[in-house]
Write a protein that binds this ligand. Structure first.
Ligand SMILES: *Cc1c(COP(=O)(O)O)cnc(C)c1O
Length: 441
């Protein structure tokens, strides 16, 4: 039997999938489907593995959860409980963090087009740092800072031109990128001079993020070198001493057997060793090292449960088996061609006797979750567990076809807790206003 289990997931005596000591079939029956289930112990284990790796090296560090991977009040509170910092990329994510009670001084604000209102909100809440992306943003922050008499802690986001080998759509570290100041064409230097000449800013250092779902350490090592070379130049010419170097996130996870991730500690080891080496070479004090994992904290901790419905055989071509969700709760297959593993949650010991393709229920031919999946013969009412849906699943969920967004449940040590309610049909129309028709009845 080939089953794809992560964290605390196992198969119980009934042959059901169990996560966090809770029978997934019972969860499906209690909360309905589609349902996102998170293995809290696995999230904690990942958070601790990152932090422990830094501790072993004896360096000052911040591990910031990139909350865009999955932002909800409970998730942000779990990140706080684990002593993490937090990345937000919008007013909405910031609001979530603040309402969750996340310590503002450990929040970092990202984004390539932060609005004046979002920046004002960030300054008023006293967040720890703004990761500045472009010249327009520098202008906005300076205006806001002057008006309020504040000095704003910032990092400059630079694009180091490092290509991380992954899917093109999720590459952000190339020079042809909408993000950040180019490290090679003078933009980063121009931004640095602009920042140093204004009283509004307290420049902590630089940030770069070279991509996502990365399995190799070479890209991080190269980015570390490029960033330090620039910092050394600013140190020589302007006596600038960086307090922080932020090397972003993008650490890969195993979605299918094709993926071969390395332990999270190995990324930290490589980054820290290279940073120490570079700091020594350039005679710079070792700055605090920040990283920003999103997917690698929550990705494989999440599982989506669907109920199987209709089936369509196309003779000699394929069999479509449809579930009660799809691109509305997981758009990644349609958006990136992302691949997933799945199994029948109520028949985990079942022999995989047929190969089918899992279709969503949205009115789009492209709404396919998994092509050519080996499964036991799936019947209506069976539960399909799709693994590793914890990152960019719920956070990219949408109401296409007016499907209500699913509920989210956290499980740990035999307990299940609802952390996001399922949307109702009335939720879907709550902002709709009636048309005042001019046609007389
Ligand atoms: C998306 C993003 C991350 C997290 O990426 P993952 O692949 O989820 O680890 C970290 N930093 C920045 C700036 C990002 O845009």
């Amino acid at each position: 039997m080939v089953v794809f289990l992560h964290g605390t997931s196992r198969v119980n005596e009934k042959g059901h999938l169990e996560i966090g000591g809770v029978d997934v079939v019972e969860l499906a029956e209690t909360y309905g489907t589609p349902l996102y289930i998170y293995d809290v112990a696995l999230i904690r284990a990942r958070a601790r593995a990152f932090q422990e790796a830094f501790r072993r090296h004896g360096v000052r560090a911040q591990v910031a959860y990139a909350s865009k991977a999955f932002s909800s009040i409970a998730m942000v509170q779990l990140a706080a409980e684990e002593g993490m910092s937090l990345d937000v990329v919008s007013g909405g994510e910031l609001h979530t963090a603040l309402v969750a009670g996340f310590p503002p001084e450990r929040i970092h604000f990202h984004g390539n087009n932060k609005s004046r209102e979002e920046l004002a909100m960030a300054l008023e809440s006293g967040i720890g740092c703004i990761v500045v992306d472009n010249f327009y943003e520098l202008e906005l922050i300076e205006e806001l800072a002057e008006a309020s008499g504040r000095t704003v802690p910032i990092l400059l986001r630079v694009t180091p031109g490092v290509e991380a080998h992954t899917h093109d759509y999720i590459l952000t570290g190339q020079e042809d990128s909408k993000f950040g100041f180019d490290l090679h064409n003078g933009q980063a230097d121009q931004a640095f001079r602009r920042v140093m000449s204004a009283k509004a800013f307290r420049l902590l250092g630089v940030h770069c993020h070279i991509g996502s779902q990365i399995f190799e350490t070479a890209g991080f090592v190269l980015a570390t070198q490029k960033v330090f070379a620039k910092l050394a130049e600013w140190n020589r010419e302007h006596r600038f001493v960086p307090e922080v170097v932020n090397l972003g996130g993008g650490f890969g996870i195993r979605y299918t057997e094709e993926d071969d991730p390395i332990p999270v500690a190995m990324y930290v080891d490589c980054i820290v060793e290279e940073a120490k080496k570079q700091a020594r070479e350039y005679e710079l004090p070792l700055p605090e090292i920040w990283i920003e994992p999103g997917r690698s904290l929550v990705g494989d901790a999440g599982t989506t449960i669907y109920t199987i419905g209709s089936r369509k055989d196309v003779p000699n071509v394929r069999t479509y088996v449809a579930v009660d969700g799809g691109m509305s709760d997981n758009i990644r297959p349609a958006l990136y061609g992302a691949k997933y593993e799945a199994m029948l949650a109520n028949r985990m010991w079942g022999e995989r006797t047929e190969v089918v393709s899992i279709a969503g229920k949205c009115c789009e031919s492209g709404d396919m979750l998994i092509w050519d999946l080996a499964l036991p013969e799936a019947k209506p009412g069976d539960y399909l567990a799709v693994f590793c849906t914890g990152a960019y699943g719920y956070s990219m969920a949408n109401n296409y076809n007016r499907l209500p967004r699913p509920a989210v449940v956290f499980v740990e040590n035999g307990d299940a807790q609802l952390v996001v309610k399922r949307e109702t049909y009335d939720d879907l129309i709550q902002y709709d206003l009636p048309w005042k028709t001019k046609v007389k009845k």
